[in-house]
Write a protein that binds this ligand. Structure first.
Ligand SMILES: O=C(CO)COP(=O)(O)O
Length: 251
């Protein structure tokens, strides 16, 4: 049986006080009660304080980006080994905001994926189509290519130590959620595509859905057979919403 998982992606939000209050509430509601995997991916600068607050809880933490390079003259970058110094278990790679706003292409994303795994960190690989691509019936082709770049570089079995997140770009931060059926269709497409290459990998890889997941729609999304949980943006900043979403894994 695959594990279920909820990951909060805080994006560029928060401060020391707000983070502490948010995590206090999350820990007191969810710590120890959960068989599921719960994690928060926070801005780099807050990793030490988040580590300090979460280290004796069952909630994991990670980053939202990582350099594809191991070390060197790369001003402003953060390496995977630096993230392991702060015991990050996860790092998001290939988020659509990084792809669109910071020019990360499939090759760079694949290199980041490998850099994370080389440092023992589980990459959360984001894939997803824009509205334009969906309307042109290119969703499957886009996602196939996004996955293929990683598989070509890292091998299919690398997905044994990774999480995939399907995030349709048109559903991120827009309030428009993919319907459970729309999301399930793409998750099935992903899993069946992987099964053609390695059925064990396909069966065990966690595939999260992300894009306007809220307390009010999480249960119906998580009830779909190939949706193993969620990658949550805005709602992960509001303690009650995030807690409700995590609890929805069990309904
Ligand atoms: O981008 C997301 C998570 O990585 C989704 O963001 P929202 O939940 O705010 O739509």
């Amino acid at each position: 049986m695959r594990k279920k998982m909820v990951v909060g992606n805080w994006k560029m939000h928060g401060n020391l006080l707000e983070n502490k209050q948010l995590l206090d509430a999350v820990i007191s509601s969810l710590d120890g009660l959960h068989e599921d995997l719960i994690a928060v991916c926070v801005p780099y600068l807050y990793l030490p304080s988040v580590q300090n607050q979460l280290q004796s809880s069952s909630i994991a933490w990670g980053a939202q980006n990582v350099s594809q390079y191991e070390k060197g003259a790369y001003t402003g970058e953060v390496s995977a080994s630096m993230l392991s110094d702060f015991r990050c278990q996860y790092v998001i790679v290939g988020h659509s905001e990084r792809r669109m706003l910071f020019g990360e292409n499939n090759n760079v994303v694949a290199e980041k994926f490998v850099a994370a795994q080389n440092a023992g960190i589980i990459p959360i690989l984001c894939v997803g189509e824009t509205l334009e691509q969906r309307e042109a019936y290119n969703t499957e082709q886009v996602i196939e290519q996004q996955l293929k770049s990683v598989i070509n570089l890292a091998g299919i079995e690398s997905l044994n130590k990774a999480v995939i997140a399907y995030e349709p770009v048109w559903a991120i931060g827009t309030g428009i959620t993919a319907s459970p059926e729309q999301a399930q269709d793409v998750h099935t497409f992903i899993r069946e595509g992987l099964a053609k290459q390695n059925s064990n990998v396909a069966n065990q890889v966690i595939i999260l859905y992300g894009g306007s997941v809220k307390g009010s729609n999480a249960s119906e999304l998580f009830a779909m057979p190939d949706i193993d949980g969620g990658l949550i943006g805005g709602a992960s900043l509001i303690a009650n919403d995030f807690i409700t979403i995590c609890r929805a894994l069990r309904h």
